[in-house]
Design a protein around this ligand. Structure first.
Ligand code: ZN
Length: 243
């Protein structure tokens, strides 16, 4: 079946001398394997769209459950801002690796929109750490382990919430508090905002540095504790965070 899909090349594998097998993340079909014949030749019209992170409209011969074949491709967005910044490339890599893992566990088409919109906003110049954290908190729903931001994790009460705890999984009330780190109410509120906001509508971010750092720390610990997802490229991101 000849069909047109939009998507991002999330990984590529060399095939024979001049070809590649691409894994393209599409909204319609999820992640599909696509043979790009001859794309390593300098003159190939498929060359540009057959690279990791190419965001393009692809015309393919679609083969369900088998390798599809690429016929043509047109770049939608070059991500020029991201591709000239090593730190932003690291975020792009981590986000792509994370989404690839989530898609293995959940085939919701919403994940595609969350992913593309996050990348587009980072390319628009919005804070990559905030955008990544917003995506991470939203993906928890699709991983089946959302943060409890409704009531105390220990007693279920809704009054006198004093902090959020990544190990307990959400809110802690004054009665149940033992020795958890106190994340102040602004951090708690912003975490709610991250969860609620529609990524495509974000045009600017005005968030205090300590709130950004606290939420990032909280989410790192929460991911380690609850998701079972380990992303190698996250280490690279953490090590290069001060570039
Ligand atoms: Zn409680």
């Amino acid at each position: 079946m000849l069909t047109t899909v939009k998507g991002i090349v999330v990984s590529e594998t060399p095939f024979k001398e001049s070809s590649k097998i691409l894994n393209i993340y599409t909204k319609e079909f999820g992640i599909i394997g696509v043979m790009s014949k001859g794309c390593k030749n300098m003159k190939s019209p498929l060359r540009i769209v057959s690279q990791r992170f190419s965001y393009a409209e692809f015309i393919i011969y679609y083969n369900e459950n088998k390798i599809s074949t690429l016929k043509e491709g047109t770049i939608i967005n070059n991500f020029n801002i991201i591709k000239t910044d090593l730190l932003l490339i690291s975020y792009f890599t981590y986000i792509t690796d994370l989404v690839t893992q989530v898609v293995k566990q959940n085939d919701s088409k919403n994940i595609y929109d969350l992913y593309i919109n996050t990348i587009l906003k980072i390319n628009d110049g919005l804070n990559p750490k905030v955008m990544t954290n917003i995506l991470e908190i939203k993906l928890l729903d699709y991983l089946g382990c959302p943060i409890n931001l409704k009531s105390c994790c220990k007693c279920g009460g809704v009054k006198n919430i004093v902090t959020i705890d990544p190990d307990e999984g959400g809110y802690i009330c004054a009665d149940c508090y033992t020795n958890e780190i106190i994340y102040d109410s602004k951090v708690q509120k912003m975490l709610q905002m991250y969860y609620m906001i529609d990524i495509s509508t974000i045009s600017e971010l005005k968030i205090k540095d300590y709130i950004i750092e606290d939420i990032n720390k909280f989410l790192n610990q929460y991911y380690d504790r609850y998701t079972g997802v380990y992303i190698h490229s996250k280490k690279f991101l953490e090590n290069n965070i001060d570039l």
